[in-house]
Write a protein that binds this ligand. Structure first.
Ligand code: SF4
Length: 148
């Protein structure tokens, strides 16, 4: 079997810094960082429920308790760096996560998300963020034609 990393949602949302190719944006759904469906479906991982001890290190980080995709789209790089410090979430950086969040909002958001997306599309963010935000605006407007 050959895995083409260019088609892997984890690669596209974590490792590569440019725009997420359009064909992979809808399949991304609400995944904002990585995918790991292959871990869920791998038969070698079907060994019963993990013990609490083995999952303790994977407990939700309190810093992220109230962080929304909308907030990530507009988050300043320094704020994101503080949020992600010491975790794998630092890897895509603020721009990568803003890009991912914009795509997720295009897939799952609502008209209340249009202002932050329009601002990101027109603002000083990286080209990948501006392009993803503009795509998300178009996706939301197509889904909710009266969104204005
Ligand atoms: S299932 Fe695995 S290989 Fe496939 S997109 Fe998700 S992380 Fe990548």
């Amino acid at each position: 079997m050959v895995l083409d990393a260019r088609r892997c949602l984890s690669y596209l949302t974590i490792e590569q810094p440019g725009p997420i190719p359009e064909a992979f944006r809808a399949p991304l759904g609400d995944r904002i960082f990585g995918c790991d469906t292959c871990q869920d479906v791998c038969p070698f991982n079907r060994t019963g429920a993990p013990s609490p001890e083995s999952t303790r290190d994977f407990a939700t980080d309190g810093r992220w308790a109230s962080v929304t995709p909308e907030a990530l789209v507009a988050m300043a790089p320094d704020d994101y760096a503080r949020l992600a410090e010491g975790t794998p979430l630092a890897r895509p950086g603020a721009a990568g996560m803003a890009r991912n969040a914009a795509v997720v909002l295009g897939n799952t958001g609502a008209r209340r998300h249009l202002p932050v997306l329009r601002e990101a599309a027109a603002g000083p963010a990286s080209e990948a963020v501006r392009e993803a935000a503009a795509w998300a605006v178009g996706a939301l407007e197509a889904r909710e034609p009266d969104a204005g």
